[in-house]
Write a protein that binds this ligand. Sequence first.
Ligand SMILES: [Zn+2]
Length: 375
Amino acid sequence: MLPDIENLLKLQEVDREIRRLQDEVADLPKRVAAIELKLAGTKTQLEKAQNAIKADDAARRKYDTNIRDLREKISKYRDQSLAVKTNEQYKALMAEIQFAEKEITAHEDKILELMVNADARDKEVKAAQAELKAETAEIEKEKEQARQRTAEDETLLAEARAKRDQFRTGIREDLLRQYERVSKFRGSGIAEVRDHKCMGCQVILRPQTYNDVLSGKDIVYCDSCQRVLYLSPKEVVIETKETVHRPKRHHPKIDAPQAWYYRPEFASDGEVFLCLTNAGGQASRRVYDIHTGRLLGDILIREGNYREAFPEDITGSTRLNGNWSEEELDEFGTELPMVILDSLNADLDAARLEAAGSHAKQAVSATATEQPASS
Ligand SMILES: [Zn+2]
């Protein structure tokens, strides 16, 4: 692993720790505030319960006064009844007494109701008082913990910042700038490569990019997220094993309607990729420069299928894996996209390795790499 990568990984770790500590320090007062809010809620509840008791007491006093007044009235009516002259007057007084007695009963019922309620109100007040006491104790504890934690975090932060400064001095300046710029926007500036994928953005790397990371000779950036890429030592082992026991290269079908070939020499253009396609009883041929991907010359069209139409291009060429629709080819226009060019070049490398490895000195030719359709 490159020393720069090792330092970047250490830097990323300490950067994360700094961020975590900063978040924690910022979070502690919020926690205390949340408990204080709860405490205020409990206080309000307690006041409400206490006020309800006061209101009930006042009501009860009012009923008691009313009952006393009514009793006085009744005794006055009784005194008057002794002095009445007529039956009508007597009946009227009796009715008044009856009415007052009914009112007294109603007031007594109300008082009874208040007495029953008083028990529940007492319980409410006691519960709120207990809760308030517990919460007050809790908040004092939380505040003390927050104070301690903040002090600890500040110490750790100072240590982490010192470490960060130390790691930074061990990293190339342009690399550091790139790492910090990407970190700022994406939360991390360096990403592991696993299964040919950038674990930062989950995009599959182009074969060339992957090989560059694998070679470990220089710093490589992810094409899609710009993070610095590195291969974990575990992945390097797996990859090396795969190279030794390389799985058999996939072989294109001999009768495929489209065939790609590599030719080491083509007219005066040097190395080229040929794309031969059958469509509607005609065969077309496109020629691309293998380094730039540029389309060379015109698209040639002949009668019959490409084996009959372009035999001179097939003989002595290396058959490659590749199949894109006519629309895609049209879309590529006069230049193959980088990803297509990379994939053809990677397959060419694989074909060469295979030819060199297996049948010792057998020439890399169309017949050597083509097999009848097997899958
Ligand atoms: Zn990426």
